[in-house]
Design a protein around this ligand. Sequence first.
Ligand code: SAH
Length: 401
Amino acid sequence: MSDNKTATYPEVRLRPGKDASLQRFHPWVFSGAIARLPKDLEEGDLVRVVTADGKVAGVGHYQIGSIAVRMLSFKDEVIDPDFYARRLEQALALRQTLGLAREDNNTYRLVHGEGDFLPGLVVDIYGHTAVLQAHSPGMHFARLDIAERLIELPGANIANVFYKSETTLPYKANLDPVDQYIVGHYDGSVSTENGLQFNIDWLKGQKTGFFVDQRDNRALLAGYARGRRVLNMFCYTGGFSVYALAGGATVVDSVDSSAKAIALTEANVTLNFGDNETRHRAFAQDAFKFLDNMEDGAYDLIVLDPPAFAKHRSAIPNALRGYQRLNAKAMAKAAPGTILFTFSCSQAVNREQFRLAVFSAAAQTGRRVRILHQLTQPADHPVNIYHPEGEYLKGLVLYIE
Ligand code: SAH
């Protein structure tokens, strides 16, 4: 097995004492930890990381920037197509353990970067199509090997691989990736999630086309929807709206500032409930304006799932003010007995900070507010315990009296 092979990758030598985080299996080597880089090293190259006293700490992908190496293995092993095949098999085995690959649920994340020991790689599965996304130059160069192994992956039934990395690779690397099928083609199939159907636009959509990470939270919402008037703010493809309708909501209003998102939402509602679903309305409007104009007590189940307000640490204070403002506007007008699902997907904002922002919103409105559930990302977005940075989705379900 290639496990026993050793490679002759260029060596990246660490400064003395800078191997402590690698001893704890943290998968990133920061540029400041590096004593010496080999000559002629190029972005995306495989490197062997060596401690100051000459021990091999593992193998990874090199890139220019503050994260200089993303570790693929803490052994001295060869990174070849078989290596990717083994990692993909392990990833699929976990999803099978989770019961996610089924006829009525063929939408799931197969590879979640560091959470599946493949830093820089995301793979989402929509039926027989895998959408492959590289976040590092190294994964960009490995894309064809990975695609080939995805097609061959036993039990996965993948026929098409769409590569979508135009917006996720560091632009300075000048790789000019093109979003395109690298295997197969569009097969016209519809994706299923918990028995519900979704058209996924991986060609032009955000992320890989769908927010797979809200599956469990959408299912939880469906259980609260019966008899309620629902506002799904920042609806994108209408995931929460479809679940709310399926759960027996009396009214569902979907809001998104993007007209494209509104069209996707309407198409998904039609796909599940037909043309004559009179319970649903959709509005292409700014969230803050919609909340300002909304009538007091108009809704008793509200979803706030905004885009990441903080993309970097420097944006945290503004982001927290944004979360407070948004939540306060919704809470102030929520009907008595409202269930509010409120989220932050900003990796830079931690759980306590988000909760404090929501607390501040509650205090500002003076409403009696209790926490019913504390939500996070689902199990197909696992957090590598050695890489806490992988935890990003935070949600609270509140009861507002
Ligand atoms: N809840 C969605 C994902 C939300 S993504 C799901 O489960 O799939 C965030 C969405 O917010 C995007 O569709 C984006 O178009 C929308 N958005 C961004 N800024 C907005 C604003 N100011 N008002 C309304 N929608 C906004």
